[in-house]
Design a protein. Structure first.
Length: 117
């Protein structure tokens, strides 16, 4: 699976941004999809994932209520809608895919999100 993330950029605190991740190479609908992020000087952390059917999601506490993940299997794309952004959300966001939750075999190249205060 090849993953291409896009949609990152600079936004003011309180603003919104939507990330997209286009997948190719294998049957997209067979995979759990998700997002990780890595802030400057920090370890990479889990953000959210979504089941192949889209009916089961898991969010990190730090983004719960502010971020929403969704997927369109017909378009082989997963989305991350981010709202009420905070400076601490600044990070490179990576799209991931795996056969099962917690086992992500495929990683995209990352897209940078910068939230200014």
């Amino acid at each position: 699976v090849q993953l291409q993330a896009s949609g990152g950029g600079l936004v003011q605190a309180g603003g919104s941004l939507r990330l997209s991740c286009a997948a190719s190479g294998r049957t997209f609908s067979n995979y759990v999809m998700g997002w990780f992020r890595q802030a400057p000087g920090k370890e990479r952390e889990f953000v959210v994932d979504i089941s192949w059917s889209g009916d089961n999601t898991l969010y990190a506490d730090s983004v719960k209520g502010r971020f929403t993940i969704s997927r369109d299997n017909a378009k082989n794309t997963v989305y991350l809608q981010m709202s009420s952004l905070k400076p601490e959300d600044t990070a490179v966001y990576y799209c991931v895919a795996g056969r099962t939750r917690g086992n992500y075999d495929y990683w995209g190249q990352g897209t940078l999100v910068t939230v200014s205060s």
